[in-house]
Write a protein that binds this ligand. Structure first.
Ligand code: SF4
Length: 336
């Protein structure tokens, strides 16, 4: 049996925090995205944060990042995700901040375009629970067309992925956003990932750039082949993401925004990563993360949120599952 770490139902592991949130309280967030860079050397055709990055093309000052780490640990956060708004590796302090997370008792993960992966060094790599490299292509040509890097880097990134896998210090996965230009390159990429020793590939659809029916059927046939023949696990998130992308909201209230948060490179704190750049709930340059998170203003801001205005949200499935398990008791929880 394969356990899928990308499965949104894992939110229910955090039962106590969920029950606090459902009761109207504010639990400490489980995961916080720390955007230590809004800069990126790539211009991916699907980038969702282009405007936010353009408006705030910042790197988080290292002292502010360390303050954030200390205060997140004090507030009871469990894990810090380095994934955006731009490329975390653009901030030269990334490796040191990852180590600071570990020293503060926080787990850390990195989602990266891979351009500066090796600059992390083995010590920081070992401090990560996982690293996921968004490659989204099986050839340099397609990588160039979709990621639009300043200069060709596909082979160099794969060299660095090989280095990270060989170091055997963390779980290394590859991200693949399936697009009409790349869907036939999933299998070649999976072959290379398998040879390098990557633990998994994650395949997801792209918001606003869907595969048509025959393309999707071809991709799914490739996924099945890869699953049968290669020593690499494939996590496929189409069903989860397609509901989300289509704007299907199968929940009444958002609990996930009491389990996650996001801090921008200027120190602004947001209700969730989907609302980056929109209505910050505080600024860690002025107050502590703990004071902001547990403030009355934050609680009121969440209660006043109009979910109808939220973007297609990656936490939608988590919210749906929480409601079905904890509110509607569809699992009949007391009958094991
Ligand atoms: S975008 Fe809206 S629904 Fe999604 S987690 Fe944020 S507040 Fe909740």
């Amino acid at each position: 049996m394969i356990l899928n770490p990308i499965d949104p139902s894992k939110a229910i592991i955090h039962r106590e925090r969920i029950l606090t949130a459902l009761g109207g309280g504010m639990p400490p967030p489980v995961t916080v995205g720390l955007d230590i860079s809004n800069r990126c050397g790539h211009r991916c055709v699907w980038c969702l944060y282009e405007r936010y990055k353009r408006e705030k093309p910042l790197l988080m000052p290292e002292a502010l990042a360390h303050k954030a780490v200390r205060e997140m640990a004090e507030a009871g956060v469990l894990a810090v995700c380095f994934s955006g708004g731009g490329e975390p590796g653009m901030n030269p302090a990334l490796g040191r901040v990852i180590l600071a997370c570990r020293q503060a008792g926080l787990s850390a993960s990195l989602n990266t375009n891979g351009e500066r992966l090796r600059e992390l060094g083995e010590q920081s790599l070992a401090a990560l629970s996982y690293v996921r490299v968004s490659l989204d292509a099986g050839s340099a040509e397609t990588h160039r067309r979709l990621h639009r890097p300043a200069e060709d880097c596909f082979e160099r990134i794969l060299d660095d992925v090989a280095w990270a896998c060989a170091a055997r210090r963390t779980t290394v996965g590859i991200g693949f956003l399936a697009h009409p230009l790349n869907y036939r390159e999933f299998a070649p990429l999976a072959q290379r990932a398998g040879r390098l020793g990557c633990a998994y590939l994650q395949v997801r659809p792209v918001k606003g750039m869907p595969l048509d029916g025959p393309m999707k059927a071809e991709l799914f046939a490739e996924i099945e082949q890869v699953r049968r023949k290669l020593p690499v696990v494939v996590y496929e998130s189409f069903t989860k993401m397609e509901d989300t992308i289509a704007g299907r909201r199968n929940f009444e209230r958002c609990v996930m925004n009491r389990l996650v948060s996001n801090i921008g490179p200027d120190g602004c704190v947001y209700a969730c990563c989907e609302l980056r750049g929109v209505a910050p709930i505080g600024d860690i340059g002025r107050s502590s993360f703990k004071d902001i998170w547990f403030s009355e203003e934050h609680r009121r801001a969440l209660e006043g949120l109009d979910l109808g205005k939220c973007p297609a949200c990656k936490y939608a499935k988590g919210n749906e599952i929480i409601e079905r398990v904890f509110v509607r008791d569809e699992l009949h929880r007391d009958f094991l």
